[in-house]
Design a protein around this ligand. Structure first.
Ligand SMILES: [Zn+2]
Length: 117
């Protein structure tokens, strides 16, 4: 699996961000009367915020890395645009290497068919 590491970081970033979100929204009470909370506060507000930022950054970085990885793979799998013309072409009759633009074989004079190599 070529995207293993990047995908792992991506999922980790999401998990950390979501965990941070829940921590951030976690409300505790200092003074509770019956079912009512008189002084609600968020004990993990800072930690949750940091986790959301960290998870978000990890998520974005993973996306970028995945995009870069995909581009690299796309380049490597793309065939060369054209067969290298500098190498010339071999005569089908005698096998002599001739210049690519040659119309006739330099050795035996056999005519090259148009578009053949
Ligand atoms: Zn030839």
């Amino acid at each position: 699996m070529p995207y293993g590491r990047g995908t792992g970081a991506l999922i980790l970033g999401i998990i950390v961000a979501i965990s941070g979100f829940f921590l951030y929204n976690h409300v505790a009470c200092t003074v509770v009367i019956g079912e009512f909370c008189l002084e609600p506060y968020r004990p993990y507000e800072t930690v949750g915020l940091l986790m959301m930022i960290f998870g978000g950054v990890l998520f974005v970085v993973s996306i970028i890395l995945l995009a870069m990885g995909g581009r690299t793979i796309a380049v490597t799998t793309t065939p060369p645009p054209s067969p290298t013309p500098s190498k010339g072409k071999y005569c089908g009759n005698c096998g002599t290497l001739n210049p690519f633009e040659a119309s006739y074989c330099n050795s035996c004079g056999r005519a090259f068919a148009e578009g053949s190599q």
